[in-house]
Design a protein around this ligand. Sequence first.
Ligand code: NDP
Length: 250
Amino acid sequence: MRVKGKNVIVTGGASGIGLASVVRCLEEGAHVVISDLPDSAGAERAAELDGTHGGRCLFTPCDVTDTAQVDRLFTTTVEELGSVDAVFANAGIGGIGPSDQVSDEDFLRVVDVNLTGVFRVARAALRVMYAQGSGSIVNCASILGMVGQSQTAAYSAAKGGVVNLTRALGIEAAPKGVRVNAIGPGYIDTPLLAALDDEMLQGLISMHPIGRLGRAEEVANAFLFLASDEASFITGTTLMVDGGFTAGKS
Ligand code: NDP
């Protein structure tokens, strides 16, 4: 039981990879705070999952573009559960379009959620975890933090930022007992891909040497590992969960 008795926060926890991570943590005996936008299914999911495996499951609404809401998420969690042992800064949005037509507003929105949002969550986590002298922060990057892809300028820039943010924070936090890592998913079958048509999906599948999209649970398992003491000598790194996407061409 890798996270038994630990208190875990998952941002973007009402859907996709986040929700799968919530479920896996509960299965392994953790108490979990689902955090997501106020109008998400987070409250409903938490009510369904609370106590199913013995641990508590709570919902705290939080928009990661709002510093006050992020800070409140951590103070509320400490008040309710006593500590924050692991956090998955997973909330994110997509962004596809020809770069010569992307507005400042659209570019900045993707960066605000996917990069600055991750920083806001990590910063709030560091404050709590430094006081505890322990903790594990896991950021959600992407294959597009490692390689570029046409028509994903803002998304690729943000995810590349997450990879190097993770290195910088990993080094800075290590002497204080806090580990900071990231996960780099390949294309995962979640609502984030709902806008893509069948031809586009087949094109994406063909880029993964394993020959299929990933499953949210497969990313959740990587989060569980990095959150746990099994990863006690790992910090500042990005673990790719991508079916070989970034390993090279086959
Ligand atoms: P989902 O859309 O299923 O889940 C993301 C969740 O984050 C949603 O509930 C979403 O709400 C929420 N969210 C969006 N904006 C905010 C915000 N400002 N504050 C708080 N929560 C917010 O996507 P995935 O599970 O696929 O994505 C999870 C992470 O994985 C993201 O960081 C994504 O970039 C990354 N990723 C996903 C890949 C994939 O192929 N699916 C590939 C590589 C990385 P709402 O639904 O209302 O937008």
